[in-house]
Ligand binder design. Structure first.
Ligand code: PAF
Length: 286
């Protein structure tokens, strides 16, 4: 595995081989391990697997955890190497951004009016900006993103279409702990008590997917009660059912949708979602 920390280096290493990119912010966990291994199998023997590790300042808002976001470069390097990475790209902020530069690419606002959009103004502009930079430097044929950030995936797909970028964006299933908690770098912020309550998120989302009532409000009410009673240390930021493609809120579950939530446990903001089939059709699973 080659480690590159600057933009000239990654450009120089452009090999002409098919490239698969797994963009991350580091603090890699077993969920990333699965994503990177999926990248390896998509790249095959001939292709090149690039993993980027970069904590992107423009996607963090004021008062968010940019400074304290976990950084574990040594562990990240060994996980990447074991999972079959060819190139680990770990640029500094100065390498990716010019002095004073802000998020330049605007996320499509039709996709950001729900879920994390209102909670985190400017967040998706920052994500689009850094992903576009990574795509233009690394020139991947395929890029892999986890479905845990479902709205992020929708926004990146849209940006890729709008900018006509020649990259196939693939979403990978969320990897969970045995008790259902979605794996996340932010789980390490949880106290033991908060950690014990956190599986209530996925339990509540599953209850939404298994409830066949067409009205979203009824499904959400039951799930909200479940989180409130089983995770009293959590503060729900949103719990919504939205169209899987447009991210528009649905009052009736009459098309493929997702149920998604964000819950704060102290400093830890956890998000999760589940794919749901239209009412009266078999569940799509999550
Ligand atoms: O999902 C993440 O880890 C980040 O938002 C991403 C896509 C690497 C952009 O910084």
């Amino acid at each position: 595995m080659i480690i590159i920390d600057n933009t000239e280096g990654i450009r120089r290493h452009s090999s002409g081989k098919p490239r698969v990119l797994v963009p991350t912010m580091g603090a890699l966990h077993p969920g990333h391990d699965r994503l990177i291994r999926k990248g390896r199998s998509l790249a095959g023997k001939e292709g090149q697997l690039v993993v980027s590790v970069f904590v992107n300042p423009t996607q963090f808002g004021d008062g968010e955890d940019f400074e304290s976001y976990p950084r574990t470069p040594g562990e990240d390097q060994s996980l990447c190497s074991t999972a079959g990475t060819d190139i680990l790209f770990q640029p500094t902020v100065e390498q990716l951004y010019s002095e004073g530069e802000e998020a330049g690419i605007k996320a499509d606002t039709r996709l950001t009016g729900t879920l994390c959009g209102p909670d985190r103004p400017g967040h998706f502009d920052g994500v689009c900006t850094v992903v576009e930079k990574l795509f233009s430097l690394i020139e991947p044929d395929i890029a892999l993103f986890g479905k845990k950030d479902y709205q992020q995936l929708a926004v990146i797909r849209q940006m890729t279409r709008d900018l006509k970028l020649p990259v196939r964006v693939i979403g990978a299933e969320t990897i969970r702990e045995e008790d259902g908690l979605a794996m996340s770098s932010r789980n390490r912020y949880l106290s033991a008590q908060q950690r014990a309550q956190a599986p209530a998120l996925f339990k509540a989302l599953k209850s939404i997917s298994e409830n066949n009532t067409p009205e979203s409000a009824a499904r959400i009410k039951t799930a909200r009660n479940m989180i409130t009673s089983e995770a009293p240390l959590g503060k729900i930021s949103y719990l919504q059912i939205v169209d899987r493609q447009t991210m528009q809120e649905l009052s009736t579950v009459d098309r493929p949708a997702i149920a998604a939530t964000a819950v704060h446990f102290g400093n830890a903001r956890l998000i999760d979602n589940i794919e749901i089939a239209p009412a009266n059709q078999p569940n799509a699973g999550g």
